[in-house]
Design a protein around this ligand. Structure first.
Ligand code: FA5
Length: 345
């Protein structure tokens, strides 16, 4: 403004100041912005109000009362803006300038999960086997060498016990003695056969479904952690014919009447004779598990009399059963955590 100032210019300058000041105090969010706004508008030395006030002297005498009155009003307005912002800061509530939350809007919907396909499979398998009189049994995932190997007729020097083929755990005591712990993550659910027979007298008719662990490199049909369904039936007069019938009835129930199943001679230390169980899938035979007649040495290891009772056992890969039923081509999809895959089941 020039040395002589018109009333109109003076009032216009005050109006602009009042507007900018109100906006600045409304924007205050913390002590720093409050102080900055105070200095900018109300500062005693170079504040904006002070700058305008300097021009009061250049105003016509007749206009001075009107100019002074408006100057005071704007001063009070700015002071009120400052006081309100300071009070709001003190009471912890920031001056609201953003959008006001609308409590009537619908909330963010929670995503509903569902049971993992492998857990669904486990429930389904239990139900089918339950109808054939097999009761579910459980055993620990951390096992001792007796249940994972020795009682299953797998001697100390057997390659199945190789540290490269198992996840051994070092116990604190063994570790401090510089030895291997001996405990391991079970490599098969056959351990539960032993635990059940140790605890009960024949007849026994159980299945056990659970996790097993092997240091296998993941590929389309292998994973280092997978599930097995173990079956065990011990009674008087049990034969291989009973085993084949149970597995065939199971396969027909789970995979359909037209499923093709094959028993191939094989070897397991804890069954004699032993077979590999294959299903026909995508123009090829795929191995689903092993089975056989419980070896008399195993029956003896749990105190059963092999002259009195015989039994069969089987162990099937749960992932492979689930994959065959649902047409899943890669086991890794089951554990990818990818909801686009999992949500289909
Ligand atoms: C066994 O584990 C025996 N305990 C089965 C058995 C039980 C035989 C009772 C006799 C009497 P095997 O190592 O073949 O056998 O494994 C059984 C099944 O587990 C395989 O046929 C396969 O379906 C599944 N399986 C094995 N390794 C993996 C893996 N890394 N990932 C997914 N499935 C696997």
């Amino acid at each position: 403004m020039p040395a002589t100032t018109s009333l109109n210019d003076f009032l216009a300058a005050l109006d602009g100041l009042a507007e900018r000041g109100a906006a600045a105090f409304a924007e205050v969010r913390d002590a720093e912005t409050l102080e900055a706004a105070r200095v900018e508008f109300l500062g005693a030395k170079s504040g904006a109000l002070r700058d305008v006030q300097k021009h009061l002297g250049g105003i016509d005498k007749a206009d001075k009362p009107a100019a002074g009155k408006r100057l005071n009003e704007v001063k009070q307005l700015l002071q009120a803006g400052f006081d309100a912002a300071a009070a709001a800061l003190k009471s912890g509530e920031a001056v609201a300038t953003g959008p006001v939350p609308d409590p009537t809007l619908p909330g963010t919907p929670l995503e509903l999960g569902h049971i993992h396909p492998i857990t669904q499979t486990i429930e389904h398998l239990k139900e089918i086997m339950g109808r054939m009189g097999f009761e579910a049994a459980e055993g620990p995932e951390v096992e001792d060498p007796w249940h994972n190997f020795v009682a299953l007729n797998i001697p100390e020097d057997h390659p199945a016990r190789d540290p490269l083929d198992n996840f051994y755990l070092a116990t604190a005591a063994a570790q401090s003695a510089g030895e291997e712990g001996g405990l391991l993550l079970r490599s098969q659910t056959s351990t539960v056969q032993i635990r059940v027979m140790e605890a009960r007298q024949p007849p026994v008719r159980v299945i056990s479904l659970g996790r097993v662990y092997r240091p296998d490199a993941p590929d389309a049909t292998h994973y280092p952690m997978f599930h097995q369904m173990e079956g065990l039936l011990v009674d008087r007069g049990i034969t291989m014919a009973n085993l084949k019938t149970v597995l065939r009835v199971f396969a027909n129930n789970y995979l359909g009447e037209d499923v093709r199943i094959r028993f191939r001679p094989s070897f397991f230390p804890f069954t004699e004779p032993s077979v590999e169980v294959d299903f026909w899938w995508n123009d090829a035979w795929i191995e689903f598990g092993g089975a056989g007649m419980v070896d008399p040495a195993v029956l003896e290891s749990v105190g059963y009399d092999p002259e009195q009772v015989t039994g069969f056992a089987f162990g099937l890969g749960v992932e492979r059963l689930c994959m065959r039923r649902h047409g899943i081509t890669d086991i890794r999809d089951l554990y990818s955590g990818d909801m686009r895959f999992l949500a289909q089941f």
